[in-house]
Design a protein around this ligand. Sequence first.
Ligand code: ZN
Length: 68
Amino acid sequence: MDSEIVKRWIEAGKILGVNPTANILCPVCQQSFLKVQDVEIETDPLQIERHMSCDICGAYNALRMTVK
Ligand SMILES: [Zn+2]
């Protein structure tokens, strides 16, 4: 993966980790805002996975977060 794209994913993760409704452009194609979906982790109720995906190019990444 391109290091610029990696940097943009990290930025997206930082912002969406705090504000899941923020409009963040897809780090890969930059054509569409990332779609965010939180998924509970059955084996660990104290954590969730925040999935970030792009409808245009299919880019995908996930963050694992502690539920407060
Ligand atoms: Zn995209």
